[in-house]
Ligand binder design. Structure first.
Ligand SMILES: [Zn+2]
Ligand SMILES: [Zn+2]
Ligand SMILES: [Zn+2]
Length: 383
């Protein structure tokens, strides 16, 4: 595709292929297709879906509209919800990897109920592609090119002449006062450093300086300054160097300030809609209502027995302030509904609560989105 061509919606291809896959699965379940043919066609389709998806995420890096469309598709993904819930609870803290026994980095998030969950880095990477989060370089790691693991990779220093790892390395030190240059061992007397020439006791680090290394090979007896640096994987008994290594970068992930408000309004909506639908409401999310000039969008619109409720949601690490409440108020002026409800996790500021009372907006506060959902049900019963 040329650069001048508009991006369009790259997920259209994913949707088309996905519905092809669904119809293939239907044909197979109705026994209109042989197992072998089905497997071949579905593998091919799944590969094409994965490619189209990967392409969409690449485009999202360059195009804000594509990124936003992908975010809106992803708010209902349970894993992405967990990550966002975790980050929204500590918005100034980045999610850092922890390195366990296998030296494989792990990203752990805590759910609203406190359970820990490990998140695959590829998911975080995609969340960075579509600007849910910002990534910052954290660590660059050397993995074995054969087993693709860092668990048994060790740095190796070997003889520059014969390649043996049986080398001794000593630091060369200069006593600045008298100019003596010697191996570190010649200075060491127990825990102290004494100059082998002038016999002065070296008490401060600024009395001497490190000049470099001197190595000697026990195998070929060569002396040299710079040993050859490489790596060895104990799993595979494989020696390799930086150019042939598998080098993997790890990042920390923090909330993107530009999409923070959007996330606060969208996270947890699927929990909300599930709880409300189970109560017999007709639920639309996002919900549209006819307005005086154009249609007006709310986080959720509920209807039951001729009553219509419009709900907006906002979440904060401490308290939700007046801004999102004002937006809801303006929208209620343009539409006809039974009651407008503002859902806040974990609570509204006092200022915002006063404003809601004044504007006739019902407030549903709760530590979690499902608590908010149950408050909303109570409000609808008394309206
Ligand atoms: Zn290996
Ligand atoms: Zn050697
Ligand atoms: Zn000296």
């Amino acid at each position: 595709m040329s650069l001048s061509e508009p991006a369009g919606n790259p997920m259209t291809e994913v949707d088309t292929l996905s519905s092809e896959l669904a119809s293939l699965q239907r044909q197979f379940s109705e026994r209109k297709m042989k197992q072998e043919e089905f497997e071949l066609l579905s593998t091919n389709l799944k590969e094409r879906i994965a490619r189209a998806e990967a392409n969409a995420y690449v485009q999202a890096r360059k195009n804000d509209t594509v990124a936003r469309n992908l975010r809106l598709r992803n708010y209902n993904d349970p894993i992405i919800q967990q990550v966002l819930t975790h980050l929204l609870s500590v918005p100034t803290q980045a999610l850092e990897p922890e390195f366990g026994a296998g030296r494989q980095p792990e990203y752990t998030v805590k759910s609203a109920t406190g359970e820990s969950m490990t998140v695959d880095q590829r998911i975080l990477q995609r969340m960075a592609d579509i600007r849910f989060v910002n990534e910052t370089m954290f660590e660059r790691m050397v993995f074995c090119p054969l087993c693709a693991s860092p668990s048994k990779v060790y740095a190796r220093f070997s003889c520059a002449h014969c390649g043996s790892i049986d080398i001794s390395m000593s630091r060369m030190i200069e006593h600045l006062n008298c100019g003596t240059i010697h191996q570190e061992e010649a200075f060491r007397v127990g825990k102290s450093m004494i100059c082998p020439t002038c016999k002065k006791l070296l008490q401060r680090p600024d009395e001497y300086r490190l000049i470099g290394l001197v190595c000697s090979c026990r195998a070929c007896k060569a002396h040299f300054e710079d040993p050859t640096q490489g790596y060895f994987c104990r799993n595979c008994k494989h020696s390799f160097t930086l150019p042939t290594a598998l080098v993997v970068d790890f990042y920390t992930y923090s909330l993107n300030k530009d999409t923070l408000e959007e996330a606060r309004a969208h996270v947890g909506l699927n929990t909300l809609t599930e709880v409300l639908a189970a109560e017999g409401f007709e639920v639309k999310s996002p919900g549209l209502l006819a307005g005086t000039a154009k249609e007006v969008e709310f986080s959720v619109v509920l209807s039951k027995e001729g009553k219509i409720f419009a709900v907006d949601i906002s979440q904060s690490d401490s308290e939700v302030d007046v801004e999102p409440l004002l937006q809801l108020y303006v929208k209620t002026l343009e539409t006809k509904l039974t009651k407008a409800i503002f859902g806040a996790v974990p609570k509204l500021s006092n200022r915002a609560r006063d404003m809601a009372t004044f504007q006739g907006i019902a407030v549903a506060e709760g530590a979690t989105i499902s608590e908010v959902a149950h408050k909303i049900i109570e409000i609808t019963k008394s309206s």
